[in-house]
Design a protein around this ligand. Structure first.
Ligand code: IFM
Length: 455
């Protein structure tokens, strides 16, 4: 089914179709108007960390082009925008002096969305930790969680009257494991002890952030965005199934269990609990406050098998081979059924509030030819995954919205500008935006919602 109108008919009229971005990936202007460095500014300047030494200095120059970019969202027919706020613009050193000019930028952005009739979905933390906080240990320090709470309060006091929803964190899996254990994202640590500290303090910061939102702007629905992994055992063997359960605990459970059950997963704690930082009285209550919504970012399944190596560290798994031959240009297996089983599995394990798919999309790097970008594989990816969301709604799951990642090509972290996820192509030399074939298709679908056109 490629006709967006047929696909649209499978969704309730109030379903939300939006597009998503993140501050460091699109804004550029890293030294403008009082912003100071974040950990990604430092990391991308370290030799060998980011593809060809790319960095966020200019990115999509969205900081200067935001009005045209919001016009583009509107012209595409999309009525919801998920964006993140850069902590280093608001409190440049992480603690201390507030930079009102930084808040002014998001004030204008949110007003610009409202003027265009576009809903504003803000994320408070999408990985751009003020660099100065690394002096205290960054996310491995408990004090960072309290610094985040203060930042969250400031943002909500200024923007809360106009936000349609707010998330504390985007994909803590990345800012914890990928950044502190696997060394692929800033700050580039490869240390389980640091990662376990970052884990608990990030969870704590989420809870303190929810407190801040509820104190200052209780009317704004508060949520958390998790890139839950659709863990699939590589075989039916008992060893691989046990490995899949361990992988669930390590990659999903360490975020879901504290937030939705008020505890860390049992096997995980048996294996690594003695290396966790002290969990203070009251921490788990702060972390597990009831949320209004949660966001799921899904791209590809995680296939795992048991790691038979003697003494292998928890979760003691290795990658199992993909089942589908179809891969995106970043090498990720395309397998839409894993989105369905993931949502089913998570609602089975946890009592979860309503769900937005806060990111989903595909990396394909084709360029502009004769003024067009023919990215049919990306369109196919969207069609199949959005179809799965319709199936989930049909099965009774509380799916409320879907945000495509991403509005436009942008700084893809360690992959630099090489990998493109946009519905809109960006020519980084001229900053020309070209809506891709997938963008036109998605815009047609989205335009059938938000304006009540289906009615
Ligand atoms: O670009 C990222 C985004 O910042 C977080 N989720 C995954 C995307 C694609 O890798």
């Amino acid at each position: 089914m490629t006709d967006p109108k047929l696909l649209a008919a499978r969704f309730p009229k109030d379903f939300l179709f939006g597009v998503a971005t993140a501050a460091y990936q699109i804004e550029g202007a890293t030294k403008a108007d009082g912003r100071k460095a974040c950990i990604w500014d430092a990391f991308s300047n370290m030799p060998g960390r980011v593809y060809q030494g790319h960095n966020g200095d200019v990115a999509c120059d969205h900081y200067n082009r935001w009005e045209a970019d919001l016009d583009l969202i509107k012209d595409m027919g999309v009525s919801a925008y998920r964006f993140s706020i850069a902590w280093p613009r608001i409190i440049p050193d992480g603690t201390g002096r507030v930079n009102e000019t930084g808040l002014d930028f998001y004030d204008k952005l949110v007003d610009g969305l409202k003027d265009r009739g576009i809903k504003a979905y803000a994320t408070l933390y999408h990985w751009d930790l003020p660099l100065a906080l690394m002096g205290d240990g960054g996310w491995a320090a408990r004090s960072t969680a309290y610094a985040f709470q203060r930042y969250a309060k400031l943002v909500m006091a200024r923007l809360g009257d106009r936000l349609d929803a707010v998330a504390t964190f985007n994909e803590p899996w990345c800012s914890v494991w990928l950044s502190h254990l696997y060394g692929i994202h800033a700050p580039g640590e490869r240390n389980m002890d640091a990662a376990l500290h970052a884990l608990h303090y990030t969870n704590l910061a989420h809870g303190l952030g929810v407190d801040a939102i509820r104190q200052v702007a209780p009317q704004v629905p508060a949520g958390l965005v998790l890139n839950a992994h659709s863990v699939i055992a590589g075989s039916d063997s008992a060893a691989d199934k046990a490995a899949a359960e361990r992988a669930h605990q390590f990659h999903n459970g360490v975020f879901f269990d504290p937030v939705f059950k008020g505890e860390y997963p049992a096997e995980f704690m048996e294996a690594l609990g003695d290396r966790m930082p002290k969990i203070e009285d009251g921490d788990m209550e702060i972390i597990s406050q009831k949320l209004d919504w949660w966001g799921l970012n899904y791209y590809t399944p995680m296939r795992v098998a048991n790691d038979p190596t003697e003494g292998a560290e928890f979760p003691a798994t290795v990658s199992a081979p993909p089942v589908s031959d179809v891969k995106t240009d970043i090498g990720w297996e395309v397998y839409a059924p894993a989105l369905k089983s993931l949502v089913e599995n998570l609602y089975d394990r946890y009592t979860l509030p309503v769900c937005y798919i806060t990111e989903n999309g595909a990396c394909y790097n084709m360029g502009v030819e004769d003024g067009e970008v023919d990215d049919q594989p990306r369109l196919d990816y969207y069609k199949d995954h959005i179809g799965i969301v319709a199936d989930l709604i049909g099965d009774g799951f509380p799916m409320k919205g879907y945000f495509a990642w991403s509005l436009m090509d942008n700084f893809e972290w360690a992959e630099g500008y090489k990998m493109r996820f946009g519905l809109v192509h960006v020519d980084y030399d001229t900053q020309t935006r070209t809506v891709k074939k997938s963008g036109k298709w998605y815009g047609t679908l989205a335009s059938l919602f938000g304006g009540g056109n289906l009615g």
